[in-house]
Design a protein around this ligand. Structure first.
Ligand code: UD1
Ligand code: UDP
Length: 373
């Protein structure tokens, strides 16, 4: 038996690790423990609840409007007793958040092997996404197993000289999405009742936005664009589950006052994917949503100047529109009015995976860590 510790802290990590936690947890060869830093609180708990994951260790670290340095320092110190107690043979981390960097660093300091899920994404701009680009780079230096979501990500690692234990397996976000969809399909009424205040006779534009590099003027510009989209298109309704970061909450509530812009609380994962499935179009700066939306045939306009998810842009499922209000407005207008352009984006194939990533990772690790036993 091998002892496995999953370390994560935010909503997207919980969603993308859930299929792995379930699969490794059910396997007779592993003893699985889960540690959440709770860098996020409510938004993490929403994902844990849906996937029925009960952490063995909950560091409960989130503080309102925490700085990068504060959450980094608190997480690093708090992980030491957890690792001492869990005595893992292998630690799993996923993605590019502060928790992931700290989890990988703590594992390295304690001489424990690290498996990095969703390795190798690069925007090649160290300030965008900030601090995620640098986090992900540093994690790659620390990790022992690198599971990339695409061939391009694998090649990025090879170019950096990371050549051992690098495997392209697709993104576990698609495994999670398939799991989520199979559950919600059984219960359509619950969801339509929950969203009774949304006018589904209109074209729904689903919006999310939370990146640190957009705080301040870029986010205000995004809000200007959203307001103009609502004002000039009577046949659309914008639905925006607002991230709980106060830098986003305060501005969104102040600037986005319009009868056809619905600001709502962050949604439980199944409600979010149900709503995405009913949407016409997605405007987002989220990494995970760029990867999920193409599986549901929804075009994505990416509210960022650069993205480390380049395959979606190349495949035509997503388009970078930045934060300039004119460009956001005109690209949205095109997708609202030009049926051919809409069809082209919505029919492109999802390059991020096919729902088999978890099984691939399990197979690779079984071969590797039990070799010679
Ligand atoms: C973090 C990650 C980002 C990831 C995002 C997913 C870092 C540096 N950033 O950004 O990579 O894309 O999560 O959403 O790791 N808050 C709450 N309740 C919650 C969650 C957040 O109130 O459940 C508020 C708190 O005031 C908290 C603030 O949001 O201090 C910021 O949270 P934090 O995790 O530091 O950054 P995010 O912007 O959420
Ligand atoms: N999501 C959710 N509820 C919401 C908004 C998003 O469950 O209200 C899910 C979404 O389906 C995706 C993930 O959260 O799987 C993306 O998280 P986020 O945008 O916070 O982070 P990122 O992917 O940018 O790191």
């Amino acid at each position: 038996m091998k002892r496995i510790l999953f370390v994560f802290g935010t909503r997207p990590e919980a969603i993308k690790l859930a299929p792995l936690i379930k699969t490794f947890g059910a396997h007779i060869s592993f003893v699985v423990k889960v540690c959440v830093t709770a860098q996020h609180r409510e938004m993490l708990d929403q994902a844990l609840g849906f996937f029925d994951i009960v952490p063995d260790y909950d560091l409960n670290l989130m503080q309102a409007n925490q700085t990068l340095l504060q959450i980094t320092a608190r997480a690093l110190e708090s992980l030491e007793p957890v690792i001492n107690d869990a005595k893992p043979d292998l630690i799993f981390v996923q993605g590019d958040t502060t928790t992931v960097l700290v989890g990988a660093l703590a594992s390295y300091y304690k001489n424990i092997k690290v498996a990095h899920i969703e390795a190798g994404l690069r925007s090649f701009d160290k300030y965008s996404p900030f601090p995620e680009e640098m986090n992900r780079l540093l994690i790659s230096r620390l990790a022992d197993f690198h599971f990339t979501p695409t061939q391009g990500a694998l090649e990025n690692l090879l170019e950096e000289g990371i050549k051992t234990n690098v495997y392209n397996v697709g993104n576990t976000v698609i495994d999670a999405l398939q799991l989520g969809l199979s559950i919600i399909q059984k219960d359509e009424n619950t969801y339509s009742t929950f969203f009774k205040n949304i006018d589904f006779s209109k074209k729904i534009i689903l919006v999310t936005c939370h990146r640190r590099e957009s705080f301040g003027k870029p986010f205000q510009d995004i809000c200007k664009a959203l307001l103009r989209i609502a004002t000039e298109n009577e046949d659309v309704e914008l639905v925006y589950p607002v991230h709980l970061n106060p830098n986003i909450q305060d501005i969104a509530k102040k600037l986005l006052v319009h009868p056809r812009i619905k600001l709502i609380s962050p949604l439980d994962y199944p409600y979010f994917i149900w709503l995405m499935n009913k949407s016409y179009l997605v405007l987002t700066d989220s990494g995970g949503i760029q990867e999920e939306a193409p599986s549901l045939g929804k075009p994505v306009l990416v509210l960022r100047n650069v993205t480390e998810r380049t395959e979606g842009i190349a495949a035509g499922t997503a388009k970078l529109v930045g934060t300039d209000p004119e460009i956001i407005f005109s690209e949205t207008w095109t997708l609202l009015k030009n049926a051919n352009e809409y069809a082209r984006m919505s029919k492109a194939t999802n390059p991020y995976g096919d729902g088999t990533s978890t099984d691939k990772i399990l197979g690779i690790l079984m071969d590797d860590i039990f070799r010679g036993e």
